[in-house]
Design a protein around this ligand. Structure first.
Ligand code: GH3
Ligand code: MG
Ligand code: MG
Length: 503
């Protein structure tokens, strides 16, 4: 039977010598109990491992077992033989990594499947002394294929992941046989009994097994899936599938299912140390889920903090922007103001004129401009001194600002010349206002250093109507200036109005 696989060029491992002796001892009709104890006792390392496993919580024996004889008495010949076989086969069939094959991972998965098979058969009330070793050895054929046909088999595994077809179906299609058959034939050749070989031959298709092996095959298949849940690629999916199978096919409660899955990892960790295999980060599934949830929680927390920090940063940025806007406005105000009088300066006056011209144009409004100049101011300076002249300029500015509406803009046009821009104000309105301003200055008692300084102003007024007058700032200012000149020529302390040129 095995010849067929040899012809395929597969490197079939020979059974470890000690495994042969153990199998021989159990097979013979002689008192196998003695013989088995003798073989095991001859290997102190194996003895120590067996006692360790026998005393582990895996078997949960009521009393501590201190010798192989006692272990045989308590666990029975078959169970002990199987544990011994598991050890010697795993130890002799390779460790570490070779030809790209990770033996350690293979045995880790195998031992997990062995533990799962043992626990599952107990849980389901199908006690079976062969479960542990069968679980461990059921995929030995995969090891043979991976070490003999590395690349070809890797491609096959990749295709399986991609296509989601079953491994054994793909194997049969590509190789003409599957790993179940290969494993079964190999173990049969080694002399393992049908109770181990036959369930392994059908662990992926239990219904194909002879009736007496179907239940064991079913347990093996499920054990393999539980192992995959801990070592495979699609763990969440595997867990869902296993849970579903356990509850529907095997009728386990949800609590029992969760307990069983967790127990597999917890027990495997202990057993692996006896196999001198590092369990790595193997953890019960519920802990894995907790870790995942905790990580998610951490992530949420970090996210929350990030949101808070961003909000703070945003608020700070907004505050900064507001501060900047304020500082900017202040600066703007500073560069727009005249230092002596606090009125808007000439530059700003020009801006206001531009703005009002385009506003009037856009809305079809009119607006007016007044230029006024202090009469004989030279004389004021000459009589009262330049500093008192400055005081006069300040007091006059104050009066003008008080006289206008908030929408009006009073600016210092030049030395002792001022401008008032009056948005949306036609001729009649500006005429009345200009006259009131003239009289106000005339009647104002300007007292500086207890000296009363008489002041009058001459005013020039012009009004712009959109669509009527020429849309030209300098022409407008020129019209007002001409009117002011006319007031001076006509004797000062008066208002003159000039219309700007038509468009
Ligand atoms: P008019 O009625 O024709 O306007 O006579 P005026 O003397 O006011 O005219 P003019 O333009 O000849 O003289 C303006 C004077 O205003 C000259 C200048 O010394 C004075 N002046 C200009 N700026 C200031 C200032 O900031 N402070 C003071 N105290 N005087 C100033
Ligand atoms: Mg003057
Ligand atoms: Mg002047």
């Amino acid at each position: 039977m095995l010849e067929r696989f040899q012809k395929e060029g597969l490197q079939l491992p020979s059974p470890p010598a000690i495994a042969m002796r153990i199998l021989q001892a159990v097979k013979s009709k002689e008192p196998s109990f003695r013989e088995l104890a003798r073989i095991i006792a001859a290997d102190p390392a194996l003895t120590a491992k067996l006692l360790k496993v026998a005393n582990s919580s895996f078997y949960a024996l009521p009393n501590k077992v201190t010798s192989i004889d006692k272990a045989l008495a308590v666990l029975g010949v078959t169970a002990l033989k199987n544990i011994a076989l598991s050890f010697v086969i795993a130890k002799n069939l390779g460790t570490g990594k070779a030809n790209g094959f990770d033996f350690e991972l293979f045995w880790k998965r195998a031992v997990t499947a062995g533990v799962a098979a043992e626990l599952l058969s107990k849980q389901l009330g199908r006690r079976n002394d062969d479960a542990f070793v069968s679980g461990i050895l059921q995929d030995l054929g995969i090891m043979v294929l991976q070490t003999s046909r590395g690349e070809e088999y890797a491609a096959l595994l990749a295709e399986k992941a991609e296509s989601r077809r079953s491994l054994q179906a793909l194997e049969r299609e590509r190789l003409g046989f599957d790993h179940q058959e290969l494993t079964a034939e190999l173990l049969a050749d080694w002399g393992l009994p049908p109770s181990i070989v036959e369930p392994i031959r059908h662990h992926h298709d239990p219904s194909q097994a002879a009736p007496e092996f179907q239940s064991a095959a079913e347990v093996l298949g499920l054990a393999s899936q539980i192992s995959g849940l801990y070592h495979g690629r699609q763990r969440i999916e595997a867990a869902a599938r296993v849970k579903y199978l356990l509850s529907t096919t095997f009728g386990l409660s949800e609590a029992d299912t969760a307990w069983l899955i967790d127990q597999v990892a917890a027990q495997t960790i202990g057993i692996l140390s006896s196999f001198e295999i590092d369990p790595g980060d193997l953890k019960p599934y519920s802990e894995l889920l907790q870790d995942a949830n905790a990580e998610l929680g951490q992530l949420n927390l970090a996210y929350g903090q990030l949101v808070v920090e961003l909000r703070q940063a945003k608020e700070e940025a907004e505050q900064l922007a507001a501060d900047l806007r304020q500082a900017n406005a202040k600066l703007q105000e500073l560069v727009s103001r005249d230092g002596l009088t606090g009125l808007y300066n000439h530059r700003y006056f020009q801006e206001v004129m531009d703005r009002e011209l385009s506003r009037a144009e856009r809305y079809g409004h009119s607006f007016s401009l007044i230029l006024f100049d202090i009469d004989h101011f030279k004389k004021v300076n000459d009589t009262f001194g330049h500093q008192r002249g400055d005081q006069v300029l300040k007091l006059l500015s104050l009066l003008a600002v008080k006289a206008v509406r908030t929408s009006d803009v009073v600016a210092r046009y030049g030395g002792e010349e001022f401008a008032v821009v009056l948005p949306e104000t036609p001729e009649t309105g500006v005429g009345v206002f200009a006259e009131r301003l003239r009289r106000g200055v005339e009647q104002m008692k300007i007292v500086v250093d207890e000296l009363t300084i008489p002041v009058t102003i001459s005013l020039g007024v012009t009004t712009y109507h959109s669509g009527v007058h020429r849309h030209d700032k300098s022409v407008l200012i020129e019209a007002a200036d001409q009117a002011l000149y006319q007031s001076k020529r006509n004797g000062r302390n008066r208002v003159t109005t000039h219309a700007p040129p038509l468009r």
